[in-house]
Design a protein around this ligand. Sequence first.
Ligand code: ATP
Ligand code: MG
Length: 663
Amino acid sequence: MLSHLNAPQREAVKYLDGPCLVLAGAGSGKTRVITQKIAYMVQECGLEARNIAAITFTNKAAREMQERVGKLLDSRSARQLTVCTFHALGVRIVRQEARLVGLKPQFSILDTSDLQQILAELSGNADKNLIRGLQWTISGWKNALIRPEEAVKLVNDEISHAAAKIYPAYEKTLRAYQGVDFDDLIALPVRLFDTEPEALERWRIRLRYLLVDEYQDTNKAQYKLLRQLAGQRGAFTAVGDDDQAIYAWRGADVENLHLLQKDYPQLRVIKLEQNYRSSNRILSAANTLIANNEKLFEKKLWSEHGLGEPIQISMARDPDHEAELVAMKLTAHKFEFKTHFRDYAILYRGNHQARVIEQQLRNHHIPYVMSGGQSFFDRAEIRDLLSYLRLMANEDDDLAFIRAITTPRRGVGAATLEALGTYAGRRHASLFATVFEEGVSEHIAARQLESVRKFGDYIRQLSHRAHQESAGVLLEELLRAIGYQAWLMESCEVKEAETKWRNVRDFVDWLSRKGEQDQKTLHELVQTIALINMLDKGNEDEADAVQLATLHASKGLEWPYVYLIGVEEGMLPHQSSIDGDTIEEERRLMYVGVTRAQRGLTITACETRRVAGERKMVDPSRFIDEMGDGLRRTGKDAAPVSQEEGRAKLANLRAMLSAKPAK
Ligand code: ATP
Ligand code: MG
């Protein structure tokens, strides 16, 4: 079974006597070490799969790893294995230890817009930039395990001053709603394990061995959680690549690589040097590029794959032209090499770049899936329904209460809600609980109160049934009962309403499928959705389609042919990192992008782009020059410029061919 591995990979798989770190460049088989090690531990060493946890960076990566390991293990073991993200592991811990953490097991995971609403209320300011700044700052503190009383001492500018001021109230509000934010999913378990040794022992027995992929992107809180669970024995294997650290902006800390060596002096460090992914041209361009960064650890990478195709560089006039160029090149390439759509990925720095690409792919009838974009679960219509589901699970979730009771409108106006809110606030109770209190009738008119109570009764009834009945069936019934489709028709234009309704149907299907597949209760499902929301807003479709993804979302994945678009100064490296002098992180991002490609890499850049509404000339990215030789440049004139011109050229060609030869 270890025959599919090279010598250092085998060493990493077989080493179980202490903590192990595999430090190696892209495509060298780090993730393969993790999957093989799991199989090895179960099959050769007699470890129970339920005692092993593999931590991946995204849900998509978790799904893929589960699939790969599933092929190596028997089905029972595969089911018992834990493969998930740090956050998903956090949810499990918080759910199981809820009482010790001070929550109900059905706590709500609040999403970004819920949190922004809370922050706006607490700060008494609705300015979007300010709110985002506050959220960012508080999240940063939580990822670094800094509590409100400590944050006060770290204040150094206006935003952090404002953030420190509302941080305690923010925490209180979340708890009052029986809610947590994403950062709590790590911070709460860490705090719990700090203070409750018995709980920690329970989890150490449960998870005897941990494997962590993409270790370079863990933040301080995640590292602490790993250390707590792994204990002094250091029963873990971490794999990572410092050259692919691209989450510093979210609190990830490459220092954790050094810390590991400091905290575990017995750490076995294994390096891998053979790349199995890319052709040598791609690999050498990636190596040359990343050599421009200050080195943390020396690494070499070589590949047995041949030299391969030269990397193509294409210049476009502007983003529309660029998108068209990519769509046409892709179509031509697919035709010539008889490939599948799923062999291609189009990668970009920022989400906003996807829109033009999507447009062109649709024009060319090229199927695609997208990850890293606006989540399906973020759409208004889905959030409407989720608010009902959240409320069914957690009556204390005031945000869900307000959204559900006002969608669709049931004669409960702002004045009623305000009166209810004031009364609830005085009694320190949730809105939902207040609805059924005697005293509330003095503050709310009888007719309104009747509507509100009817709503409350209905939710309780559904919530009760959620213990036995399937999530899909309940949701189906809920839609009928609240007349959601009719309400969509009333409140939006026909086309929009139809799209929304289609999304709702997709959601019902998804929930039914998921409920059956994973044997999860509605409450557990709702928590899973909040997690999907957070990171990889991936499409689970397995269809034959081109993948669109942000560079961040592409981490750990690979495709035969990759198009990297918008490789310009100001885009990649991003303007903010040019200003803020964080070019090295951008270079790593470029390195991640380049190393996703197996056989073919095309880089495109625009000559002009709209910046703040104005058309501006832009330069190709410095990273293109930094990749060295072996790049083939094609000017914008070398490619057909538009469909019309392309067609005109074709018509000319036909005319020439069919013209009678001159005598
Ligand atoms: P990244 O840094 O991008 O996450 P990685 O180091 O995790 O890359 P993998 O994804 O594990 O690399 O492996 C890259 C490719 O090489 C995969 O297609 C994998 O199946 C293949 N591979 C890894 N090790 C071997 C091996 N020993 N023999 C053949 N193929 C291998
Ligand atoms: Mg990997």
